[in-house]
Structures are given as C-alpha cells and as structure tokens.
Design a protein around this ligand. Structure first.
Ligand code: AKG
Ligand code: FE2
Length: 326
C-alpha cells in the first residue's frame, strides 16, 4: 500500500504472555489502519496446515459426481457442503445494505463445514467410505482454528481496553465456518477481460476472517489511502492473513476497517499460453452467535463521536448476505 504496507504481527508475546498488551495493541492498531494484517506464530504448527492442504487437494481431485455427493444446498441460507465452479454468485452490498451489484461468475469450487453441534447449519459430508479421514481432518482443523479465533478475540478485547473475555461472550456457540477453496487453472485472459473472476471485490460479513494461502498469489486488498486502488497480499510462509469483517467494523463503530478484497490473476505466474496455475486457499470465518445484536462497544463512541450504526441482528444480517450468494 502506498506508504502503508500490510503490517506483520508476531503473536508469540500474546500467547506466551510475555507482552500481551503490547501484542494486542499492535494487532488492533493494524486493524484500524489497514483492516488487514499478517499474523505469525498464531498457534497452529506449519506441518498441520500443510496436512490440511493435502486433504483439500485430495478432495478437489475427486470426480465431479463424487464431490456432488455432498452438495451445497441451492439456497444460500444453509452454507455447508460442496459448491461447484460458478455456483456461488458474488454480490457486493452498499454500506446501508440496500443496494448490491452482481459480479461476473466466480471460477472456484468450495467445501464448507463447521461445528457438528451447529443445529442451524448442519454439516454436509461425503458418504462414509468415499474419502476416509477427510471429515475428521476437517473437524480437527476447524477446532484448531477455533482456538486461534478465541485468542485473537481475547487480544482484540485487550486492545479495546475491555476485559479479555468480552468478545467471547458473543462467540459461545462456535458458529464459525471453515471453507476450502480451489480456483481451477484457467486462461488469465478470462479474468483480465472480466468474463470470469476468481473472487470479485467484497467485504467479509463476519467478525474476522483468517486465511491460509497456498503458494500461488492473487489476493489483493483495497488501499485504505487510495480507494479503488488494489494492492497485492502475497503469501508469506508460516503466516495467516487476518482481516476484519463487517460485524467487527460495526462493533468498533467503524474505527476498524472491513476492507474490500478480491482474487485476481497474479502477475508473472501464467504459462506461455496464458494458462494460470490452480490456486488453493482456506479461509476460516469467525462468526458471532446467531442471537447476537451488534452495537458499538464501550469506548468507541461518545457525545462527540456518536454511534454510526443502529444495532443489527447477526441472524438477520447474515441470512440476507448468505441468501444473496446462491
Ligand atoms: O482465496 C482467497 O485468497 C480469498 C478468499 C476470500 O476472500 C473469501 O472466501 O471470502
Ligand atoms: Fe473474503
């Protein structure tokens, strides 16, 4: 970003308690300035992340008919299972939530899962015996991410001067979601001429997202200093990319940004004939409990700096955004 690189925060001092407040302040400061931050030493060993990427690749290598044995429902209100390429429509809402635009088809396939105890969104798995070990690997990785989520939420609360468990009160039901993405190999021209996208520009509408990127780049975020200008967020080994979603922005009374981001053809990686390699990524969307009403947190507003938004129900807002995507 112009004079504004995406900060890299080492989470060690928070996790080993050697300088918790300092790490928390650094994290919150990065969220406020950029909405995006690279986090290193976040608590999942690199080998376990690579094992999950291996499972992801095995899953997407299955024949189409096999993956369709765990079909994502047509309605977007139940966000689980396998979505085939271009099944998901991408839509960008205006801040008021009333207006949206429809993007070109998104050339990616995905698999989504979450807690087995989530009655609101039951998991949709492949039948037993189809890819033995896959379901267990997804669940085990989901719960590791959940632990990371809880620590990040603790750090954010400290950054805001709140008691450490403040955000956890609104994230008790493990309503989060692990998503596996595969962007198939395609001709870069299709992306450059806007006939297809990998992921069009959007904000995430959760509390926060962290992303495990494979080695092929392409993620870009909007430069907060230059709206409309996008800058690359290349993969950095052993790190996650953390970004704030719309709920955290609202909680923070817009003192934190939920930055627009997208996935494009990364420069310099296409073959001579213009074919781009496949790209893999795994976002974990940290979502509040469905019963939560989000209102600006103490300390983010005052008589001089009034609340920017009416309180919003997570359930209503999420259902509206989910339903628009299918
Ligand atoms: O694949 C990526 O790098 C980004 C994914 C993303 O932004 C999303 O799924 O919301
Ligand atoms: Fe996103």
């Amino acid at each position: 970003m112009s004079n504004h690189p995406i900060p890299i925060v080492d989470f060690t001092p928070f996790l080993d308690k050697s300088a918790k407040q300092q790490a928390a302040d650094q994290l919150l400061g990065s969220f406020k300035s950029a909405g995006f931050v690279y986090l290193t030493n976040f608590g999942i060993p690199e080998g376990e992340v690579q094992d999950m990427f291996d499972w992801l690749k095995r899953f997407f290598a299955l024949p189409h008919e096999t993956k369709m044995l765990a079909p994502h429902p047509d309605s977007g209100s139940h966000h689980r299972g396998y979505s085939y390429p271009c099944q998901e429509k991408e839509i960008q809402y205006s801040d008021s939530g009333d207006e949206f635009t429809i993007a070109p088809p998104s050339m990616k396939e995905s698999f989504e899962c979450g807690s087995e105890d989530n009655d609101f969104m039951p998991n949709i798995w492949l039948p037993e015996g189809v890819l033995p070990g896959f379901n267990e690997a997804c669940l085990s990785f989901f719960w590791k991410c959940h632990e990371v989520e809880q620590n990040i939420l603790r750090a954010l609360a400290l950054g805001f001067g709140l008691e450490e468990e403040w955000f956890l009160k609104y994230h008790e039901t493990a309503n989060s979601q692990l998503r596996l993405h595969h962007y198939p190999s395609i001709f870069s021209e299709l992306l450059e001429t806007n006939k297809l996208t990998r992921i069009s520009a959007h904000t995430d509408f959760d509390t926060l997202t962290f992303l495990f990127q494979g080695e092929i780049g392409g993620l870009e975020v909007e430069d907060p200093n230059e709206p409309g200008n996008y800058v690359p967020v290349p993969p950095i080994p052993n790190s996650i990319v953390l970004n704030a979603g719309d709920f955290l922005r609202r909680w923070s009374n817009d003192t934190i940004r939920s930055t627009m981001h997208r996935v494009v053809a990364p420069p310099g990686v296409a073959a001579k004939d213009g074919l781009l390699p496949s790209r893999y990524s795994m976002p974990y969307f940290c979502a509040p409990d469905m019963s939560t009403i989000i209102d600006a947190i103490p300390g983010t507003w005052s008589a001089d700096q009034p609340k920017k938004h009416e309180p919003v129900s997570v359930k209503e807002y999420a259902m509206k955004r989910f339903a628009a995507n299918y």
